[in-house]
Design a protein around this ligand. Structure first.
Ligand code: FMN
Length: 321
């Protein structure tokens, strides 16, 4: 008999496994979140999936003022992935609060706001403003983007240097009591030193990876395919790199790790969890299959049931070597 079948469940032979996890003090129904920039402000996906089923929603990166982003073309397909140079186009924090967050109130799913800025002061102001409205607007936590490769100021500049990482995370830590997740870049020599700096500075969790810097050329015009020349590579092509870095970071820090990078199916998510991710984020795959997050949640439950694992936490960092 299929151990994951309803018949077996109802017969009481196998209890439903526990998918609940806690990250940075935020309680999640399951370990599947959306990756910033690939899920809009949540509302765009509600015609396709039940937002109540998600572990948490991480929204498009927000800045103090609205941003138009970089000129097009700014998205191209690559073998097993894509390059983007969106440049943090977003509605700005005031419109987020006024027009985007109210819609998400009806869902019982934590909302995490991904924040970006050109200066430390901007990050601090964002954290302060979102802290002010957090109860009323249901802001569960902040994911601090110190890893965007597509902006001239700020972005990756913070996340590629351990001292700068410490400085920015510590400054935001002092400005807010909201749960803080530091989002790390893979474009570094040694991610472990950056992870340690973020932990020491007071981050409650780390998420990784953001995109890898890359480019593509049109051989007829000999022009770069992206107007910005370079962009961030994401999708299945980056998965082995992301997995390796998650494992490295998992062994280095004591705070929870969120795995991101090329997750398109349940097996990918399970690999990240086994490598040490307590939670995972699904990014580029949302553009290909709007239901992918739900399929991954169902897949994790099935895997746990079939392998007689009672709690998803038992899998975290369980790689055998
Ligand atoms: C179009 C696009 C926009 C993105 N925007 C953001 C963003 O605003 N903030 C951020 O921290 N990461 C952003 N990312 C990075 C993703 O959240 C994720 O870290 C990365 O794409 C790797 O995961 P994936 O391979 O599953 O897409 C963006 C990625 C894509 C493809």
């Amino acid at each position: 008999m299929d151990p994951s079948s309803e018949e077996v469940r109802w017969s009481g032979m196998i209890d439903k496994p526990n998918l609940e996890v806690e990250i940075a003090g935020i309680k999640l129904k399951n370990p599947v979140m959306t990756a910033s920039g690939t899920f809009g402000y949540g509302e765009e996906f509600s015609p396709f999936i039940d937002l109540d089923k998600l572990g948490a929603m991480v929204l498009k990166g927000i800045t103090l003022k609205p941003k138009m982003g970089n000129p097009p073309p700014r998205v191209i397909e690559t073998p097993s992935g894509m390059l983007n140079s969106i440049g943090l186009q977003n509605v700005g924090v005031e419109m987020l609060i006024k027009e985007k967050l109210p819609y998400l109130q009806k869902f019982n799913t934590p909302v995490i706001i991904n924040i970006s800025g050109d200066t430390i002061e901007e990050y601090i102001e964002l954290a302060r403003r979102l802290g002010e409205v957090s109860k009323e607007m249901g802001v569960a936590g902040l994911e601090v983007n110190i890893s965007c490769p597509n902006v001239k100021k700020g972005g990756m500049v913070w996340g590629t240097d351990a001292k700068a990482t410490y400085k920015i995370i510590n400054s935001i830590r002092k400005a807010t009591s909201l749960p803080l997740i530091a989002k790390l870049t893979p474009n570094v020599t040694d991610i472990k030193t950056i992870a340690q700096a973020a932990e020491e500075a007071g981050a409650d969790a780390l998420s990784l990876i953001n995109t890898l810097v890359g480019m593509a050329i049109d051989i007829d015009s000999r022009k770069p395919k992206l107007a910005n020349i370079s962009g961030g590579l994401s999708g299945p092509a980056v998965k082995p790199v992301a997995l390796w870095l998650v494992w490295q970071v998992f062994q280095t820090v004591n705070i929870p790790v969120i795995g991101i990078g090329g997750i398109i199916k349940v097996e990918d998510a399970l690999e990240f969890i086994i490598a040490g991710a307590r939670v995972i984020e699904v990014g580029t795959a949302n553009f290909v299959n709007t239901r992918v997050t739900i399929e991954i949640i169902e897949g994790i439950e099935k895997y746990l049931t079939e392998n007689n694992i009672k709690d998803v936490s038992e899998l975290v960092g369980s790689m055998k070597i």
